[in-house]
Design a protein around this ligand. Structure first.
Ligand code: ZN
Length: 353
């Protein structure tokens, strides 16, 4: 959504008081030629003592963004599963896109012919993307709220993919999940918000467009379900869910969590075309010694155009089937099914109330 491209990426190590400080300087180009530079450096990581310890050993052992590992044997899905099972991978970063939500029935609102897109036609949008343009929203918020009504948490259920990531978290092996989705299925599957970077925002919180007061998404539910535009009780301004529109900045913590990638020990990419920056560059920026697993319909991003790495694994085809094969290789299917049926029971009890 918000267009953001990584213009340059420079890794640095400097000596301060005989201590090596490593980091990465990112220059990001936002829309309209406005660029910003971010220093993701050791100082920020230092704020979190747990990570600092690893950072030191990582810098000392092999250099922060060092080259590939020693073995040249091509890794397989079974190798990745063994690494997870043996807890060799304890800081797993998951990057996910729309492909993990379509199995839950989330409509692709960008495709002509899909029910939702056709629904939006009654609002005479100049073009489909206008629904996420902030200027258009100020002019006419109704189409966005029609979409919000459709996507509002509760209409769709998370699938095996979301619960697999929840299980990674329950086992203490998830470092962070980066999602491009705005359907909230990650939270519904029980992944805590602090473990999530919702790169395109969330319906879980909202902000008044005039006085900037914060609201809980839940406070907007009645208005949204009734098809009314929610207004701020204090200033009568329109309250907008915290979805990132074109022309708006990405959530601030997105940039802080770029510190996740230097310390990740496994990156799993699922259900995304990796076309939207800075997602694409992130997947390419991990150390060469870090294993990467792609579970997707097609080869994408650095898996498609980068030089092949022996520790890249691509599990191509249907995303849910791919995640199921990984869960089976791990021996986690019984746990996963128990988790899913407990949640399904809870959801049906809530519906009956
Ligand atoms: Zn207000």
């Amino acid at each position: 959504m918000a267009s953001l491209r990584v213009l340059s990426r420079r890794y640095f190590t400097v000596n301060v008081k005989n201590k090596a400080i490593s980091g990465v300087t990112l220059t990001l180009l936002q829309e309209e030629g406005f660029s910003r530079t971010f220093n993701i450096n050791h100082q920020k990581v230092c704020a979190r003592p747990q990570k600092l310890r690893f950072f030191h050993s990582c810098c000392a052992d092999r250099g922060l963004f060092g080259g590939g590992g020693g073995s040249s044997q091509q890794q397989t899905l079974e190798d990745i599963a063994k690494g997870i099972r043996d807890r060799e991978y304890k800081r797993i970063v998951v990057m996910a896109g729309a492909g993990i939500s379509t199995p839950s029935g989330i409509p692709d609102f960008r495709s002509p012919g899909s029910g939702l897109y056709d629904n939006l036609q009654q609002y005479n949008l100049p073009y489909a993307e206008a629904i996420f343009e902030i200027n258009y929203f100020h002019h006419n918020p109704k189409p966005f709220f029609a979409l919000a009504k459709e996507l509002y948490p509760g209409n769709y259920q998370p699938n095996l993919t979301h619960y697999f990531i929840r299980l990674l978290h329950d086992k203490g092996q998830l470092l962070r999940m980066y999602t491009q989705n705005i359907d909230g299925l990650e939270r519904m599957a029980g992944i805590p918000p602090k473990m999530l970077v919702e790169a395109h925002g969330t319906f879980a919180t909202a902000t008044c467009t005039v006085c900037r007061r914060d609201y809980k998404g839940e406070e907007l539910r009645n208005d949204i379900m009734a098809g009314t535009v929610p207004n701020c009780p204090h200033c009568k301004g329109v309250i907008k869910p915290d979805i990132v529109f074109f022309g708006e900045e990405l959530p601030q913590h997105f940039f802080l969590y770029l510190t996740d990638f230097p310390i990740a020990d496994l990156v799993i990419v699922m259900g995304t075309s990796l076309e939207v920056e800075p997602f694409a560059s992130l997947a390419g920026a991990v150390r060469g010694s870090v294993s990467r697993l792609l579970i997707n319909r097609d080869l994408v991003g650095p898996f498609a155009w980068g030089s092949p790495r022996h520790n890249d694994v691509a599990e191509l085809g249907d995303v849910v089937s791919g995640v199921r094969r990984l869960a089976e290789a791990l021996g986690w299917m019984p746990e996963l099914e128990a988790l899913m049926s407990a949640d399904a029971k809870k959801a049906s009890e809530m519906r009956e109330e």
